[in-house]
Write a protein that binds this ligand. Structure first.
Ligand code: ASP
Length: 289
C-alpha cells in the first residue's frame, strides 16, 4: 500500500483563520506532490524530499525560505531523513541552503555519518553542488553588539513568549513497502545561535524502523528529552495500535507541559496524526493496489 502523511507544525496558541487556511492548503499541496511521486512508483525518499522541498520554499512554514531567525538574525536550519532500514542523515544549524532536507538526504546516502552541523554541513552541501541560497523573508537586520547584549538579557522572556511551531514533516511508504520519514525546520524563533532542536535528532523529531515511522513538532527541548518519535515507533514494535502508541507519548508531553504534534505510520502504511496544541495542518492519503 502506498501511503503518505504530511504535517505543517503544531501551534501552542491560537492561529488566525487566514493563516490556518494558508498552511492547510500548503500542506495539502505538498501532500499531493509527494503522492504523485508515490503513484508514479518513486521511492519513499523521493516523495518525502519533494513534499518537504515544496514546504521549504513556502514562506508560511518554518523551514527553508520561511525559517525563523535566531536571536541575532541568522537563519540556522535543522533537517533529518531516516528510513525503515535504519539509514539516516541529518544537518543541523546549517545556513545558506535552499533545501536542508536535500542535504540531509545526501548525508544519508553519501556518508557513513548521521549528522553534520554548521559550516561542515554547508561545505558538504557545496561539495554536492547545492548553491548558496539566501534564506529569509522574515528578515531582520543583524543587531549591533550592544543590541545583541540587550537581547541576551531578555532572552528567556523572548523564548518563553514564543509560540510558533510551523516545522514541517513527512512520512511516505512506497510500492515496495519501504518507509521514509523526514523533518525540516528553522527551529524556534529567537533561539540562541548554535541551538539545535529535536528535528535533526534521531528518535526525537524523526524516527523510522521496520515497525513504522514518526515525526514530531513542538518544543524541541521537550521532544528530545522524551525521545518522542523513538517512543512511538518502539510502542508499535511492541504491538500497540497506532492510536495508543501516539496517545501514550502525547499524554507524557501534556503532563510535562510540552506542546507537541505527531504524525506516524505503521509498517503496513496506516497513518495517524494527533497533537496537544491548538492547530496542526495534516494531509494524508493511501491506496491499496
Ligand atoms: N521542534 C522544532 C524545534 O524545536 C520547532 C517546531 O516544531 O516548529 O526546533
Amino acid at each position: 500500500m502506498e501511503s503518505i502523511v504530511i504535517h505543517g507544525g503544531c501551534e501552542g496558541k491560537e492561529v488566525s483563520p487566514a493563516e490556518q487556511l494558508e498552511r492547510t492548503q500548503g500542506v495539502e499541496q505538498a501532500g499531493i506532490i509527494g503522492w504523485e511521486h508515490l503513484a508514479a512508483g518513486a521511492a519513499a525518499e523521493d516523495a518525502v524530499q519533494a513534499a518537504l522541498e515544496y514546504l521549504e520554499d513556502h514562506p508560511a512554514f518554518d523551514a527553508g525560505l520561511g525559517s525563523y531567525p535566531n536571536l541575532v538574525g541568522d537563519y540556522e536550519m535543522d533537517a533529518l531523513m531516516m528510513n525503515s532500514r535504519g539509514e539516516a542523515g541529518g544537518v543541523a544549524c546549517i545556513q545558506d541552503v535552499q533545501h536542508p532536507i536535500a542535504v540531509a538526504r545526501k548525508v544519508k546516502e553519501h556518508t557513513p555519518h548521521h549528522l553534520l552541523v554548521g559550516l561542515g554541513a554547508q561545505w558538504f552541501a557545496r561539495l554536492h553542488g547545492l548553491p548558496p541560497f539566501r534564506v529569509g523573508p522574515k528578515t531582520q537586520r543583524q543587531p549591533t553588539d550592544q543590541e545583541a547584549a540587550e537581547l541576551l538579557d531578555r532572552y528567556l522572556e523572548i523564548i518563553e513568549n514564543q509560540t510558533r511551531y510551523s516545522t514541517v514533516g513527512a512520512i511516505a511508504r512506497d510500492t515496495t513497502g519501504h518507509i521514509c520519514a523526514g523533518t525540516s525546520t528553522g527551529g524556534i524563533p529567537g533561539k540562541l545561535p548554535g541551538r539545535m532542536g529535536d528535528s535533526a535528532i534521531i528518535g526525537a523529531g524523526t524516527y523510522a524502523s521496520q515497525a513504522g515511522a514518526a515525526c514530531a513538532t513542538g518544543v524541541g527541548e521537550g521532544i528530545m528529552r522524551l525521545a518522542v518519535t523513538r517512543q512511538v515507533v518502539q510502542a508499535l514494535a511492541q504491538g500497540l495500535i497506532l492510536d495508543d502508541a501516539i496517545q501514550n507519548i502525547l499524554a507524557q508531553c501534556s503532563h510535562e507541559g510540552i506542546p507537541c504534534g505527531i504524525i506516524a505510520m505503521t509498517a503496513q502504511g496506516h497513518t495517524l496524526a494527533a497533537h496537544n496544541g491548538t492547530f496542526m495542518p495534516v494531509w494524508q492519503a493511501a491506496q491499496r493496489r
